[in-house]
Design a protein around this ligand. Structure first.
Ligand code: SF4
Length: 346
């Protein structure tokens, strides 16, 4: 019989498991400490727990859901991309960005992605399946273990890797609980960002379930025709409904929304595009992240020039919109939902 992965269990389920093994209640805390604070890789290491119980747990569960397949570093070593292999042979990728003293991890939530965004290598691969909670957390745990060896730690988490997080909502939501729980992985909710192309029904639910976690919307175009060309999901979730969902989100959470906009030369970066964008989000509690698209085999159009980025930015700023321009750096050149399948460049 295949063993289950223990990181797929919530604290309540861990307690039920231990209860079924006729263990006292305090063992749940010991198990959680070993899994989430000590990050033990083997049940042998759980020295607070009796040997017989360790053996019972080992007979039922695996700890590590992912195996390291390969890793690649950017030239200046500030960005590392790891390919992990899942138990059923799929490859997923996770990216560590180590700059400005903030170790940020970009996590995948699906194997492939069904959204089909035209500029995204993941989207062009198609979709295989959702990642489990154990597989989502496993990406974090791998890097946290490594960083600890140098007395470092992960500070920020972005759900911007392979996949659309809101199409795997339940596992993403349980993972957010584990990441932000001070008794488990202890990353402050405000240091976690979930990025979506705009799966509207989940935005309201996310506002209710995780009001302190940051929300980013991969916008990339501010009118429906162009946005549907770039992000086919826009057909199902058009801009008027998306923007209404964003206003509702802000009303519920009083938190700002980040709009990601990858500038593509002559495609979505003209002054008219900037004016349309400014009109769409004017007055909204938000910040815009501008990046330049990294051309890929799937979508060989170049990112915008520095001058065009500045002109676009200036128009937004002149409408009172807060804007940051992100550097083309390591995976940052592909920042925004899911464009991680290309190789790292620096
Ligand atoms: S950009 Fe995000 S939502 Fe779009 S295809 Fe890529 S991974 Fe999926």
């Amino acid at each position: 019989m295949t063993k289950a992965f223990i990181y797929d269990l919530t604290p309540d389920q861990l307690a039920e498991t231990l209860n079924a093994l006729e263990q006292p209640a305090f063992r749940t805390k010991q198990l959680i400490q070993g899994l989430y604070n000590k990050l033990y890789e083997s049940f042998d290491s759980f020295d607070a727990i009796p040997k017989a119980l360790r053996a019972s747990l080992d007979a039922q569960f695996e700890i590590t859901p992912l195996t390291l397949h390969s890793r690649v570093f950017s030239k200046n070593k500030d960005t590392e991309k790891v390919l992990f292999q899942t138990h059923d042979g799929h490859l997923i990728e996770t990216v560590l960005m180590r700059f400005e003293r903030r170790n940020t991890l970009c996590i995948s939530t699906q194997v492939g992605c069904p959204m089909g965004c035209v500029f995204c290598a993941t989207g062009q691969q198609g979709f295989a399946r959702n990642l489990s909670m154990a597989e989502i957390l496993g990406q974090f745990i791998h890097f946290q273990r490594e960083l600890r060896q140098n007395n470092e730690a992960l500070r920020n988490i972005v759900f911007m890797g392979m996949g659309e997080p809101f199409l795997n909502y339940d596992n993403v939501s349980k993972s957010l609980d584990a990441l932000s729980d001070p008794e488990r992985l202890g990353i402050g909710a405000r240091h976690i960002t979930v990025s979506t192309v705009g799966v509207i029904p989940r935005i309201a639910q996310f506002a209710k379930d995780h009001p302190q976690v940051n929300l980013a919307i991969s916008l990339h175009a501010a009118e429906d025709g162009l946005r549907t060309q770039l992000l086919p999901a826009n057909k199902q979730y058009p801009l008027d409904k998306l923007i209404k969902a964003c206003h509702d989100y802000i009303k519920t959470t009083n938190r700002k929304i980040t709009f990601e906009y990858a500038l593509i030369d002559q495609i979505n970066d003209t002054p008219e595009h900037a004016y349309t964008f400014a009109k769409l989000i004017k007055g909204m509690l938000s910040i815009v992240n501008l990046i330049t698209l990294n051309p890929s085999k799937a979508y060989p159009y170049p990112g915008s020039s520095h001058a065009r980025v500045q002109a676009f930015r200036d128009i937004l700023v002149s409408h009172g919109i807060r804007v940051t321009v992100r550097l083309r750096r390591g995976i940052e050149i592909n920042a925004g939902c899911g464009q991680l399948a290309g190789s790292i460049k620096s």
